[in-house]
Design a protein around this ligand. Structure first.
Ligand code: MN
Length: 425
């Protein structure tokens, strides 16, 4: 096995990749593509080219890594992920090696290039993983403080448990959809006036939540827990995550068991899973945690990640306006703590499970990760570039989220997650 390191900032590809592409040779994400001939395969991406890993495997270029042909002709990444972190790390390093300038195994072989590379404009992305279970955390202190200030008490915005527990709930996996898929405005019960009975109809306060999600490998058996030090061995990679939310339905239904129909009608993810390995160079320290956390939540080293996050609204027939610039590094609770907490009671995890961060807001008003916060419950409408105003999301709007990290001239990003909202049916 070669000792090529995909993270080396000096790596350059023989393929032409734009400097501002999220999909540099230091990225090497994983996804599922469907080609025009109907073939479905596991893929990676460099610039504007998708790499067909099934074709690479058939050409004998991925031998000795512990994978089988069926891992790459699969309709999801799950079977490849079941091979674990060591195998997927070796696979990523091998792909980077094959496309690096110094390597001639594919470079210059036009017939082979034709088989393994296909323009991303010529393929359709499919859901990258079969998601078994989905959990949503609530780990941004700025978001939790904003929501507590609006709905409860500005002087006691955080509930007493918040700084002790990475608060979360079990969500719905079946309605997680891929970027590009459109959604309908949900219908449901709402109670707009405190002293009047509830009403039924299309949600009026439709919102996005700017989140990121991590995806796990198989974990330990039921009854065993994963420590903060072990957490990274069980995390495959990350995607952008838009946790669609119906605020008026949420307000009426959430007591006492938490979110239900206000959240389970759709959550959208980006198509390419960026590995945790590719994000390692962008680690930064997290915020100080006071009071001191329980020993099972203590961790060593920098566990936050510097990922620039942006949200845009594109009204029907208009251009997109940027309405939010946030960063994943603002998270109070990091992934290691979330996974350690999730399993401390012996809860088991599986390959393909998805764990969303919770809305990622920063201190600055322009970094708030939901319309609820940006328009402060609808009291301060935003003005878009085309002059129109928004308190919440309107029919015909497309919400776009983008995310990328940069350091030492290297850019690693997620592309986008894009979802259009159609009227209720
Ligand atoms: Mn959420």
């Amino acid at each position: 096995m070669s000792d090529f390191n995909a993270n080396n900032p000096a790596n350059e590809s023989w393929l032409e990749i734009s400097k501002d592409s999220d999909f540099s040779i230091q990225n090497i994400p994983f996804g599922i593509i469907k080609r025009k001939n109907g073939n479905i395969s596991v893929a990676s991406r460099l610039g504007e080219q998708a790499i067909d890993l099934n074709a690479l495997f058939e050409a004998g270029l991925l031998n000795g890594l512990g994978f089988d042909a069926s891992d790459f002709s699969s309709h999801s990444l799950n079977s490849m992920m079941i091979k674990g972190k060591k195998a997927s790390r070796a696979l990523r390093n091998r792909i980077a090696e094959l496309f690096s300038k110094e390597n001639n195994e594919i470079q210059g072989n036009d017939e082979l290039i034709k088989r393994v590379l296909v323009a991303v404009s010529e393929v359709e992305n499919l859901m990258p993983v079969e998601i078994g279970d989905y959990t949503d955390f609530y780990s941004s202190i700025e978001h939790a403080t904003n929501v507590g200030t609006m709905f409860r008490d500005p002087n006691n915005a955080l509930l007493p448990n918040w700084k002790y527990i990475p608060v979360g709930y079990h969500g719905r996996a079946s309605s997680i959809i891929l970027s590009g898929e459109e959604i309908h405005r949900p219908k449901g019960q709402q109670k707009p006036k405190d002293d009047e009975p509830p009403v039924f109809g299309p949600c009026k306060l439709l919102d996005f939540e700017l989140e990121m999600a991590f995806i796990t490998y198989d974990g330990k058996p039921l009854g065993k827990s994963i420590s903060t030090a072990e957490a990274e061995d069980y995390i495959f990679g990350m995607v952008l995550f838009n946790d669609w939310s119906a605020r008026d339905i949420q307000k009426w239904e959430y007591v006492p068991l938490g979110p239900f129909l206000a959240k389970n009608f759709a959550s959208s993810i980006s198509a390419w899973i960026v590995t945790l390995d590719a994000l390692e160079p962008f680690r930064v320290a997290g915020p100080e945690q006071d009071p001191k956390v329980f020993p099972y939540l203590e961790y060593k080293g920098d566990k936050n990640i510097d990922i620039n996050l942006e949200v845009y609204i594109q009204p029907e027939g208009s251009t997109e306006s940027k309405i939010c610039s946030s960063n994943y590094k603002y998270m109070y609770w990091n992934q290691n703590q979330q996974l350690a907490h999730h399993t401390i009671n012996g809860c088991n995890i599986n390959a393909g499970d998805m764990y969303a961060s919770g809305t990622i807001s920063g201190k600055d008003k322009s970094s708030y990760g939901s319309m609820l916060e940006l328009s402060w419950k609808g009291t301060q409408p935003l003005t878009l570039d085309d002059g129109s105003e928004r308190k919440f999301i309107q029919d015909g709007d497309t919400v776009v989220m983008k995310g990328f990290s940069t350091k030492d001239g290297v850019r690693v990003g997620f592309g986008e997650v894009r979802t259009k909202v159609k009227p209720a049916v």
